[in-house]
Write a protein that binds this ligand. Structure first.
Ligand code: PEP
Ligand code: MN
Length: 334
């Protein structure tokens, strides 16, 4: 951190600040520049409310050099292993399935086809955090148990979204990845408790949250011991209303630069309409995403949630073929 003093700062005032910091075991170096007088502070400042120092009228600014997200900015790339599926820089992981699990019969119809077409992980919501309390809320624990059976039957990992900290045990028991949705990205108690498990966590960006806020949320999980975190960009709220949200495609290279965590994209909740899913998916992979999560439904017209943004299986298979071609072009494995 660097402390920038005002022009008229007194020597005694600088000394006062140096004393405060050295008493807290920080090392300081004073730099008398031609224009500015600076104090460089060395040490882990993550616990310090650094901006508070500007309450002194002789301190003009405090510049933080250290990133507040310590864990995820560690340079060694982390790979996240889910069964035999690896999230890392070399692979493209495809997650697909319905928005909500409706019943076992429809999963039995869809899942084998998805698995046959390069889908690595099956998704399905059991507890649905819907914007309206009157919308379909999911079939709950029964849905997780269906996913568990599907996982064993088709030898494929499964993912589902958690909405309540009290459900952690049934999620740990039934799914391979626990998804934290956009609406719960800042549910810090939930994140901390998930950090005490060793289940891989897919953390989605909230639709009104910055990239830094997403990384700080990831930090709640990582700092509690669980290093298996995958980030997901799923669109943010902007003034544009032709799409459900605006896919922040630049979040992909930015996150890849700032963190060591795998980054995937959910084009379905970003676009909100099936016709745009193909373009956004291809753009995300070309931009460097490590995977995609796409909603697919056998009969979107009858889907209990998000039918309008769900791909029919054939459209999804066509998309997978196109992703394969991009994968070759960017030297990644699908
Ligand atoms: C979902 O994946 O089903 C979902 C609700 O997504 P989000 O949290 O991104 O809205
Ligand atoms: Mn959905």
């Amino acid at each position: 951190m660097i402390i920038k003093f005002t022009k008229n700062v007194k020597k005694s005032e600088i000394k006062h600040i140096e004393n405060i910091l050295t008493n807290q075991n920080f090392k300081t170096t004073f730099i008398e520049g031609e224009i500015y007088q600076l104090l460089v502070v060395i040490g882990d400042t993550s616990q310090l409310e650094t901006k508070r120092l500007t309450v002194y009228d002789f301190i003009e600014d405090v510049i933080n050099i250290q990133k507040p997200y310590k864990e995820s900015s560690i340079k060694d790339k982390r790979k996240v292993q889910v069964g035999n599926v690896t999230f890392n820089d070399d692979n493209i992981v495809l997650i697909a399935g319905p928005c909500s699990i409706e019943d076992e019969i429809s999963m039995d119809l869809l899942v084998p086809k998805l698995v046959e077409h390069h889908t690595h992980i099956i998704r399905g919501g059991a507890f649905k955090p819907r914007t309206s309390p009157y919308s379909f809320q999911g079939i709950g624990q029964v849905g997780l148990e269906i996913l568990n059976r599907i996982s064993k039957k088709y030898k494929t990992p499964v993912i589902s979204e958690i909405t309540d900290v009290r459900d952690i045990d049934i999620f740990v028991k039934n799914v391979d990845i626990i998804q934290v949705g956009a609406r719960n990205m800042q549910n810090y108690v939930l994140l901390e408790e998930l950090g005490k498990t060793d289940k891989p966590i897919l953390l989605k960006r909230g639709f009104v949250n910055t990239i830094e806020e997403l990384l700080l949320s990831a930090e709640y999980i990582l700092a509690n011991g669980n290093k298996n975190v995958i980030l997901c960009e799923r669109g943010i709220r902007t003034f544009e209303n032709q799409t459900r949200n605006t896919l922040d495609i630049s979040a992909v290279p930015v996150l890849k630069k700032l963190t060591n965590l795998p980054v995937i994209v959910d084009p379905s909740h970003a676009a909100g309409h099936w016709e745009y899913i193909e373009s956004l998916s291809l753009a995300a992979i070309a931009a460097g995403a490590d995977g995609l999560m796409i909603e697919v439904h056998e009969n979107p017209e009858f889907a209990l949630s998000d039918g309008q943004q769900s791909l029919k299986p054939n459209n999804y298979f066509t998309l997978v073929e196109k992703i394969k071609r991009i994968a070759i072009a960017i030297d990644k494995k699908l």
